[in-house]
Write a protein that binds this ligand. Structure first.
Ligand code: HMG
Length: 448
């Protein structure tokens, strides 16, 4: 065995201890507690680590064990609420589940400074994709499918009677000829109104019914049949105004010498920068997703699907990666912000119905439809993006971020209970927020 392989083996033995792979055979067939024992033994967990794994929080192991495989415990996240949001004239308290400091405060502040959000959302139309290969004549195949469209849609309407009963169901079939390195293919898009579901199950079930019918019509072979996360027919939009006066007010406590007009100009510069380079557009959109993901997770939705759709959509319109928001001045010189992006969210099915805390999140929001949820989340994304840019072009991101991070640092330095507040406040007062300073203050505190 080569030197390199021997080294890896050695590292493996000493790096992680000798892992008895046999222990993990049939791991999925064991109970949660049996799996916890195996992990505790294999990784020499301490008693407190074992207790951490065994601690059952608001998501019971029995429920978690039905949600994913090989469950050994749960991974709690902080759950906060953003305040001050007025969306289409209605006040909302919005649950955020995430680990990053200052995001909740930033969204709350942005909402407070805004003139309230006006929104809209498309019908909940999702796309099912079917790939057809090995046809003799793709153009002819495409035409044949189009001729059979209404017959196919009628057949598909029978697949999910419940969805049709709630006003949903198959709406259209679109076909596109693709020239690929593997030769000509057909992309067949099945458009389905999925109502208040995210729609993956409904669409994929219809896809699997449609695939053999397409093979028969085209003489080709159906390969991939799966939902598309680029939900361009299921977008949500939000818009608001931040007045010059509100912007000036927002920096008063920070003692930054700048006018409201100047802040508007600086934000427009920041937006133009994001339009000009994907290196900024990427972070600009990450700032948006900070807020969006937090609410998506808090309501038990699939944030990976939302992220995939959002970032692809940021490229889709211009075939270049661009910001998901846009900013301009109104006739009074105030800052107008808008956002538009696909938001395929569900209130029925998935973790939303199974995860007890997700149900709590939906209850706190008081939403009744997936479209209302999408409009709220679009508003959060816009607020989050504005908050970050406003901070960066005025006080700098660290001022607010570190102020809230100070509590994390105090805790990491070992501060307990009321020590945390004392250490954090002293660092904020000194404007010296760092791990080493937290350690020094804690030592001085304990010497007293
Ligand atoms: P401030 O002016 O010191 O806040 O800003 P304030 O004390 O005047 O309070 C104003 C409002 O903010 C409050 O209103 C709260 O709503 C909220 P009030 O209730 O008092 O009437 N607020 C808080 N809410 C909860 N907990 C708190 C809290 N403090 C204020 N502790 C603030 C402080 C953090 C809001 C400000 O500095 C800020 O918005 N900073 C931006 C921080 C940020 O955007 N963080 C997001 C993560 S970083 C990120 O997005 C990635 C990035 O790369 C994206 C990009 O590049 O675009 C930056």
């Amino acid at each position: 065995m080569s030197y390199f392989n021997n080294f890896i083996k050695l590292f493996y033995l000493f790096g992680v201890g000798f892992l008895d792979k046999k222990s993990f055979e049939g791991f999925y067939k064991k109970s949660v507690s049996e799996r916890q024992e195996i992990v505790a033994k294999e990784f020499s967990l301490t008693d407190s680590e074992k207790a951490l794994l065994a601690k059952e929080g608001p998501l019971p192991f029995e429920v978690a064990n039905r949600m994913i495989e090989n469950v050994i415990g749960t991974f709690p996240l902080p759950l906060g609420v953003a305040t001050n949001f007025v969306i289409d004239g209605k006040e909302y308290i919005i649950p955020f589940a995430l680990e990053e400091p200052s995001v909740v405060a930033a969204a709350s502040n942005a909402a407070k400074l805004s003139s309230g959000f006006t929104t809209s959302a498309d019908e909940p139309i999702m796309i099912g994709q079917i790939q057809i290969v090995e046809m003799k004549d793709t153009k002819k195949a495409l035409k044949l499918i189009q001729e059979k469209k209404s017959e196919l849609l009628k057949a598909l309407a029978k697949v999910d009677a419940m969805l049709v009963k709630f006003g949903g169901g198959p709406r259209d079939i679109k076909c596109f000829e693709l020239k690929t390195e593997r030769g000509a293919m057909l992309e067949v898009q099945l458009l389905v109104d999925v109502r208040d579901a995210m729609g993956a199950n409904a669409v994929n079930t219809m896809n699997e019914k449609l695939a053999p019918m397409l093979e028969e019509i085209t003489g080709g072979k159906a390969r991939l049949r799966i939902i598309s996360n680029l939900a361009v027919y299921r977008k949500a939009r939000a818009k608001t105004i931040w007045t010059k006066e509100a912007l000036l007010e927002s920096v008063k406590s920070a003692g930054v010498k700048v006018t409201g007009e100047e802040i508007v100009e600086r934000i427009l510069d920041a937006y133009a920068f994001a339009c000009a380079t994907p290196f900024r557009a990427s972070t600009h959109n990450k700032g948006i997703m900070n807020g969006i993901d937090a609410v998506v997770i808090a309501t038990g939705n699939d944030f990976r699907a939302i992220e995939a759709g959002a970032h692809t959509y940021a490229w889709y319109a211009t075939k270049e990666y661009k910001p998901l928001t846009k900013y301009y001045k109104d006739k009074n010189g105030n800052l107008v912000g808008e956002i538009e992006l696909p938001l395929a969210l569900g209130l029925v099915g998935g973790a939303t119905k199974v995860h007890p805390v997700a149900q709590l999140g939906v209850k706190i929001l008081g939403v009744k439809t997936a479209q209302e949820l999408a409009r709220i989340i679009a508003s959060v994304g816009l607020a989050q993006n504005f908050a970050a840019m406003r901070a960066i072009v005025t006080t700098g991101i660290q001022a607010g971020h570190l102020k809230l991070h100070a509590y994390n640092l105090a805790t990491t330095a070992g501060a307990k209970c009321e020590e945390v507040e004392k250490v954090a406040l002293q660092m904020i007062q000194e404007k010296a927020i760092s791990y080493s300073r937290a350690e020094e203050i804690l030592k001085e505190l304990r010497r007293k």
